[in-house]
Design a protein around this ligand. Structure first.
Ligand SMILES: Cc1cc2nc3c(=O)[nH]c(=O)nc-3n(C[C@H](O)[C@H](O)[C@H](O)COP(=O)(O)OP(=O)(O)OC[C@H]3O[C@@H](n4cnc5c(N)ncnc54)[C@H](O)[C@@H]3O)c2cc1C
Length: 302
């Protein structure tokens, strides 16, 4: 059970940092969809906190905007906005594809994109999609009267299960990446059930074809098969500059089995990952404007 002495709702970053200065053991909270189950299910035993700092009313942590070629998403943006916000639907559609697989309507309204990253679950669904977008996260702290921001690549931010670069007294402010309106996208996920299930394998693919239908930009990121999400850079290198064919996608897909590092359900995960790589490449390439015939495959799982 989670109990606390104070529930605080600061309206600005300065108010939030005032609380953290007064009560360094206070815990930040956004949508509480990780924090509450963590305490309620006894995973942390009974938790008593001096204060909980609800970040949801701080305007600086919200909002979705475009600055030149860059898209900015505030940390407390709910997952539902990834699915519905017109700017993201147009400029980063892989996030909508990811949000579709994220829990259900109720959780998507409550859960935030910042909370999903800070929680750093190996099965966090936004991680592969944001990694494929080459996302940088901006962290903010206060020194004296000054707010100091630092920006780090998402690939460095998540250090391991439940571990990030976030320092005590720091708040995740926003995410930033380049708008990619002309990339074909795909997102794949399998869990024990379609949604409301933690991922066993998830994967995001972004592809851009040049005027001759050659792949000139490919990003594939996987989650839930190891301690941190990762890019399949070898597959990206293999297929960049290539005119895609069904055979080339099949060849790429058989190379990925050794990327599964989770020990549980390993052979299942390997087969699913291989199938997902092939299927998501075909789907993203089709989304980018080139339909490839599918080569039939015997499969026990997908
Ligand atoms: C029924 C159910 C289904 C779920 N399904 C999925 C799913 O399909 N896919 C998936 O990926 N996840 C799923 N989750 C997990 C959860 O919804 C996400 O991880 C969510 O995005 C966390 O965001 P939150 O705002 O609720 O975080 P919170 O629980 O409020 O916070 C999580 C952690 O992040 C910290 N934190 C939050 N915001 C900030 C910030 N701005 N700066 C610094 N620290 C911060 C908090 O202190 C806490 O440690 C599910 C959860 C439930 C209960």
């Amino acid at each position: 059970m989670l109990t606390f002495d104070h529930y605080l709702t600061p309206k600005s970053l300065d108010e939030a940092f005032d609380v953290l200065q007064r009560m360094p053991a206070a815990r930040l909270l956004a949508g509480a969809t990780d924090l509450l189950p963590w305490a309620r299910e006894g995973r942390a035993g009974d938790v008593h906190l001096p204060a909980v700092v609800d970040l949801s009313r701080i305007a600086a942590l919200g909002g979705i905007s475009q600055e030149g070629a860059r898209i900015r998403i505030g940390a407390t943006t709910p997952i539902s906005a990834l699915q519905r916000h017109p700017l993201l639907m147009q400029q980063a559609p892989v996030l909508g594809a990811c949000a579709l697989w994220f829990a259900d309507d109720q959780i998507r309204e409550q859960a935030t994109v910042g909370g999903n990253l800070v929680n750093a679950s190996p099965a966090g669904d936004t991680q592969p999609a944001l990694l494929a977008l080459n996302t940088h996260v901006t962290l903010v702290r206060r020194e004296g009267d000054r707010l100091i921001e630092r920006s780090v690549p998402l690939s460095e931010f998540i250090l391991g299960p439940s571990r990030t670069m976030l320092q005590p007294g720091e708040i995740l402010l926003r995410l930033e990446f380049d708008a990619l309106p002309n990339h074909g996208v795909a997102f794949e996920k399998v869990g024990h059930r379609r949604s409301l299930a933690i991922s066993t394998v998830c994967l995001a693919t972004l592809v851009h074809l040049d005027a001759s239908k050659r792949i000139d930009d490919l990003r594939i990121a996987i989650g839930a098969v190891g301690p941190v999400p990762e890019r399949l850079t070898d597959i990206e290198d293999l297929l960049t500059g290539v005119t895609p064919t069904s055979a080339a996608l099949r060849e790429a897909s058989v190379r990925v089995a050794d990327r599964v590092r989770s020990r549980s359900r390993q052979s299942y995960r390997r087969e699913v990952l291989s199938n997902f790589v092939e299927r998501s490449l075909a789907a993203a390439i089709a989304h980018a404007g080139l339909d490839l015939p599918r080569i039939p495959k015997e499969s026990q799982n997908v």
